[in-house]
Design a protein around this ligand. Structure first.
Ligand code: FA5
Length: 338
């Protein structure tokens, strides 16, 4: 009887030794130790063995069972190690391969130029104020000396929301709003979106302006000239010249269009400046006493200058762009250049 245990032991030893995968080890475990396994069968048949032989046979059977269990355990470990190695080989990570670079976006050119301009004026002591884009007719026109039916309103093609509400056509209404809520001295810039029913290579329906104004006692046009000179030379270079050309805005008196010496030909004359040597950059003037009255200031006491520029126009001159519509077509090839 003990002989059959010896042959089970040696057969199991051989088979387990040959098992070369986790599956093969698992199968052998079932074959020997499973519910219907060879060893389990022998344990079940112990009762049928004569009492005097049962003890010794039982002990030997238990030794064989322990032997098989240990052998299976060792083999299982070895197979697991082999399979883990295989998996690691297949899934090996080469840490020397360069990673994927996620393309990062950047600020829109208009935002960049606006940021640069705001930086220049804040360094001169101006602070930033904002106003609503959906504006009352009163602030956009009336308080700026353009009563209803005034012909100057035609200078700006307006999107009307109702008779009394418009999409603001310029940032100048912020002048009045700030003056109503503050007393001089004031040094303010007001950047933001404005809207006009207008579209060609130099005009779009939504664009950005930056308004600037300074109000105090004894402010003169030479303050305006000094501030604009610093601004223009920081944006376009120290050798850029400024020219004040008489003009008209209902909310400034006197008024001027400010030109800069052409950034392309430096004043010699070229296509961009239409051979004049000058490029128009912004509108400006001394704040009209009527505007002070509308805002509740005493025009006998205070004077001030104001100016307003189109940000896209500044960006076009700075980067030599000849079609304003390019800014908002969202062509990545265009935007990537900034
Ligand atoms: C004004 O809007 C005045 N509020 C500026 C001002 C402020 C004058 C304070 C005096 C004192 P104007 O309509 O010229 O002015 O517009 C100013 C600038 O906005 C223009 O020089 C131009 O660069 C830009 N601009 C005007 N219309 C458009 C448009 N449709 N698309 C893009 N830029 C425009």
């Amino acid at each position: 009887m003990l002989n059959d245990l010896d042959s089970i032991k040696s057969l199991a030893g051989e088979e387990i030794e040959k098992a070369d995968s986790l599956k093969a080890v698992q199968d052998l475990k079932v074959r020997y130790l499973g519910k219907k396994g060879i060893i389990t069968g022998k344990i079940k048949s112990l009762a049928a063995i004569a009492k005097e032989d049962r003890r010794e046979y039982g002990k030997s059977l238990n030794d064989v069972k322990i032997y098989i269990e240990e052998l299976l355990g060792v083999r299982e470990k070895a197979c697991k190690a082999v399979e883990l190695n295989k998996t690691l080989q297949i899934q090996r990570i080469d840490v020397t391969i360069p990673g994927y670079r996620i393309p990062a976006g950047h600020l829109h050119p208009t935002t960049q130029v606006l940021g640069e301009i705001i930086g220049i004026f804040t360094s001169l002591g101006f602070h930033v104020e904002e106003g609503p884009e959906v504006e009352l007719d009163f602030y956009n026109f009336e308080a700026l000396n353009m009563p209803k039916e005034h012909p100057a309103r035609d200078m700006q093609d307006t999107f009307y929301i109702s008779d009394d509400v418009v999409l603001r056509t310029h940032t100048s209404p912020v002048q009045v709003r700030v003056m109503q809520n503050n007393t001089p001295p004031l040094r303010v810039i007001a950047p933001g979106k404005v809207y006009r029913c207008d579209a060609d290579v130099t005009h779009i329906p939504m664009f950005h302006q930056l308004e600037g104004f300074m109000v105090d006692k004894h402010i003169t046009m030479s303050h305006l000239k000094g501030v604009l000179e610093v601004f223009i030379q920081r944006v376009f270079g120290a050798d850029t010249k400024l020219r004040f050309r008489p003009s008209f805005f209902p909310f400034t008196e006197p008024s001027a269009e400010i030109d800069i010496s052409c950034v392309i030909c430096r004043g010699a004359g070229c296509n961009v400046c239409k051979n004049t040597g000058w490029l128009e950059i912004l509108g400006a003037g001394m704040i009209n006493p009527r505007v002070f009255e509308m805002a509740g200031y005493d025009p006998a006491q205070y004077t001030g200058f104001a100016f307003g520029m189109g940000i896209e126009r500044v960006a076009m001159l700075k980067y030599g762009i000849d079609d304003i519509r390019l800014f908002y077509e969202n062509d990545k090839r265009f935007l990537d250049q900034f």
